[in-house]
Design a protein around this ligand. Structure first.
Ligand SMILES: [Zn+2]
Length: 294
């Protein structure tokens, strides 16, 4: 091969590499603008139908990577390592699996599932921020700080219900750090989904916002009381011990280890952004059961 041929070959190779890099950059930009568009529409939709937006507004618009699939075992999944949310195809526009369906076209159940997963993503985001700012010595977010406190005092030793249907049969468990963090995360996400589903239900029947109508607010608070009484606000964890995992893939917490009123109030204030007077009304009606859990 003479010098001119070698030079031509090199030039061709360089051109190919540059063309590939340029295409990759365009694809990444497209992906980012796609993510931002989904996020902007989600926020807009949530605001319009008066669903909570406080914790959603904390995210950068391209933080979550949305995917759609035909999920059979679970309605949705969130993978913190890649900030990836996999939703059932039914939550996508025209079930085409490309972009999120408008929120006002979703069923109450679908919105419950979506908010549950969005909350997992929020905790993931707070941890990412904390890890980044750890180097510069910033203090961690208030909700994350409260979560760590609750993890230590409430989720390190829990009661579980080995058979989910038999709520009264319970056993004690000491949880590892990972297990207690998962148990807290699931319990809190269950409450976020519960709060949204019940807001939609009480508003749907009357066609009025529960933040403007006392009657609807009262109904939501009444539902919360019943949920505490029946032990509905319980999370789960996947046991780390292979022996325990052979017995049960998931361990569901028992009623005595469900969410506390204190945790619910902090989540209403700091994640959902419920108004002050709403929370005051709630505190008044729970006056007798205001014991501190820690
Ligand atoms: Zn979950």
């Amino acid at each position: 091969m003479n010098h001119i041929t070698i030079r031509l070959c090199l030039a061709w190779c360089c051109w190919l590499v540059l063309a590939f890099l340029a295409e990759a950059a365009v694809t990444t930009r497209d992906e980012e603008s796609g993510k931002s568009q989904i996020w902007a529409r989600l926020l807009d939709d949530a605001g319009r139908v008066q669903l909570p937006t406080k914790f959603l507004k904390a995210f950068p618009p391209d933080f979550i990577h949305f995917e759609f699939d035909d999920l059979r075992t679970y309605a949705a999944e969130y993978h913190p390592d890649e900030h990836r949310m996999v939703l059932n195809r039914s939550l996508s526009f025209n079930s085409a699996g490309r972009t999120l369906k408008p929120l006002d076209k979703m069923t109450h159940k679908e919105l419950e599932v979506l908010y549950h997963e969005l909350f997992h993503a929020y905790v993931d985001y707070l941890q990412v921020v904390e890890a980044d700012s750890g180097e510069t010595g910033h203090r961690s977010n208030g909700l994350l700080h409260f979560a760590r406190e609750q993890q230590t005092c409430r989720y390190g030793e829990v009661e579980i219900a080995p058979i989910v249907q038999r709520k009264d049969e319970t056993e004690s468990r000491y949880l590892t750090q990972a297990e207690s963090w998962e148990a807290l995360n699931e319990t809190w996400a269950v409450f976020i989904g519960w709060a949204v589903w019940n807001q939609l239900e009480v508003q749907y029947k009357a066609g009025k916002s529960m933040f403007q109508e006392q009657r609807q607010a009262h109904q939501w608070i009444r539902r919360l009381k019943v949920a505490f009484e029946t032990g509905d606000l319980r999370g789960y964890y996947v046991p780390e011990d292979p022996e325990e995992r052979r017995l049960a893939r998931k361990r569901h917490l028992a009623k005595s280890s469900q969410l506390t009123l204190k945790e619910a109030e902090v989540l209403m204030k700091q994640a959902l952004g419920f108004q002050h007077d709403f929370i005051e009304r709630l505190e008044d009606s729970f006056e007798s059961s205001k014991a501190s859990a820690c």
